[in-house]
Design a protein around this ligand. Structure first.
Ligand SMILES: [Zn+2]
Length: 459
């Protein structure tokens, strides 16, 4: 049933540079980790797997194996057909672990099936049959929040989905018309670190500019892209309401409504950073927005506080130094903890993590973000109590795109039973999305979009 040793991937020095890096990392780190952990845990009884979860998504499929202790493991990548073999050392073959096979859905984009069996004494082997060539990552997470020790296997496609191409493929003929000639930069608009180019990047990828540049004014507007970021997802549920609703579900519902509304605007398109229940590291959300050349970034959340009477909407922007209040600082820390709870692979470089605000001028981004935040806050005030009457600022990791005005909207308090009920209602979600769209329109009425610029957006 299981593969012979000679079928395994070649050893590090004999394979090409990219594979060397990846393969060495997996084997060396995993073998080292295995050796260390075995040393520590050999004397202990076998580790019990308490639960397994599978999070399939277009971006990647994540398999989480939660256990009573860290799991020493080894990962092998096999070809023809594409398979992943994950050996778990000193692990009991519990019913919880055997359930994994039944948790792989037919619609999983990357994993076809998984076989679970005892390979040899003390080793449980998981063989994942893949639907496509994969780039796996495997890592352990320490216990945090409600979770115990988690072994995470992320199955990324070898060819990552390009969000810009996906956006263009989804674009309707109407989009291509609107994406026609970009207007010249408007002197009234504040510069946002854009270097002007002759035509829109979106336009350049869609079709040649129309031959009649002197079209009606509405035709002359370029397409504005709004990145909509549904907070949390997957392993990271976000805040919880008293009746059991999860922030990650409410934020996704509002984000989808917001996208549909923006797509109905003649010159706007919404792009979701996630369109499903899965975890995305905060810096990946920023990267996705930058890859589609987003004009704005709106992160949608639902607040929570220990006291159930806390209520109201608030809007946040990035802060250049410190936070505007201790509550804003506390909230930014809580939102930034999403990476730890959701499970970020610390081996993967976060280009925004070490980027200090002094490295790049965030002044223009923050100025524009504050204008957008005020416009959205004004509209939210029409449909809900405001938790704070003015925009607040703190070091939210998800607002760190240096060239995209970015806001984080705490729609309402999911910890407040009354607001939780509203947040779960489709009609209220619709109202919330409408208010955000109205805020975006209000912002652009005062700050018309600049001619599309091609910015050096290398990470
Ligand atoms: Zn949140």
């Amino acid at each position: 049933m299981f593969e012979a040793a000679q079928n395994r991937k070649p050893r590090c020095p004999t394979v090409n540079a990219i594979t060397v890096h990846r393969y060495c990392r997996f084997t060396l780190i995993n073998v080292l980790m295995g050796a260390l952990m075995l040393g520590v845990y050999a004397a202990n009884a076998a580790t019990d797997v308490t639960s397994v979860r599978v999070w399939p998504a277009q971006d990647y499929t994540r398999v989480t194996i939660e256990a009573t202790a860290p799991i020493a493991h080894e990962l092998l990548l096999l070809k023809n057909p594409e398979r992943l073999v994950l050996d778990l050392q000193n692990v009991s073959l519990t019913p919880a672990l055997q359930e994994l096979a039944a948790k792989i859905g037919a619609n999983d984009p990357y994993v076809k099936a998984v076989r679970v069996g005892r390979f040899k004494p003390g080793v449980v082997r998981l063989v994942f049959d893949l639907k496509t060539e994969a780039k796996p990552e495997v890592f352990m997470l320490k216990p945090i929040a409600e979770y115990g020790n988690r072994l995470v296997l992320d199955v990324y496609p070898a060819q990552a989905v390009d969000p810009l191409l996906a956006l263009l493929e989804r674009s309707t003929p109407a989009t291509t018309q609107i994406a026609a000639p970009a207007p010249p930069p408007l002197p009234a608009s504040p510069p946002i670190d854009f270097k002007p180019v002759e035509s829109s990047i979106v336009n350049a990828n869609l079709e040649p500019p129309r031959k009649t540049p002197r079209a009606a004014k509405s035709d002359n507007q370029r397409l504005v892209i709004v990145a909509i970021d549904a907070g949390h997802g997957g392993e990271d549920p976000g805040a919880r309401g008293h009746s059991g609703s999860h922030e990650k579900d409410v934020t996704l519902a509002i984000a989808r409504k917001l996208k549909n509304m923006l797509d109905r605007e003649p010159n706007m398109r919404g792009v979701l950073t996630r369109d499903g229940d899965y975890f995305i590291p905060l810096h990946h959300r920023v990267e996705k927005a930058r890859k589609v050349y987003a004009d704005l970034f709106v992160s949608v959340h639902a607040d929570a506080f220990v006291k159930p009477h806390a209520r109201g909407s608030s809007v946040f922007a990035l802060s250049e130094r410190g936070a505007t209040s201790s509550a804003a600082k506390w909230l930014a820390k809580k939102e930034n903890d999403a990476d730890l709870i959701g499970g970020v692979n610390l081996d993967v470089r976060d280009p925004y993590l070490k980027m200090t605000l002094a490295d790049l001028s965030f002044t223009a981004q923050i100025n524009d973000s504050l204008k957008l935040a005020r416009a959205v806050l004004t509209e939210l005030g029409e449909i809900n109590t405001l938790h704070k009457s003015d925009v607040e600022q703190a070091g939210f990791a998800v607002l760190k795109a240096p060239d995209i005005p970015s806001i984080l909207v705490e729609t309402a308090f999911i910890s407040n039973p009354d607001e939780e009920r509203k947040l779960k209602s489709s009609a209220y979600q619709e109202q919330m999305a409408e208010a955000i769209v109205a805020g975006i329109r209000r912002y652009f009425a005062q700050n018309p979009p600049l001619a599309r610029a091609r910015v050096a957006r290398n990470p």
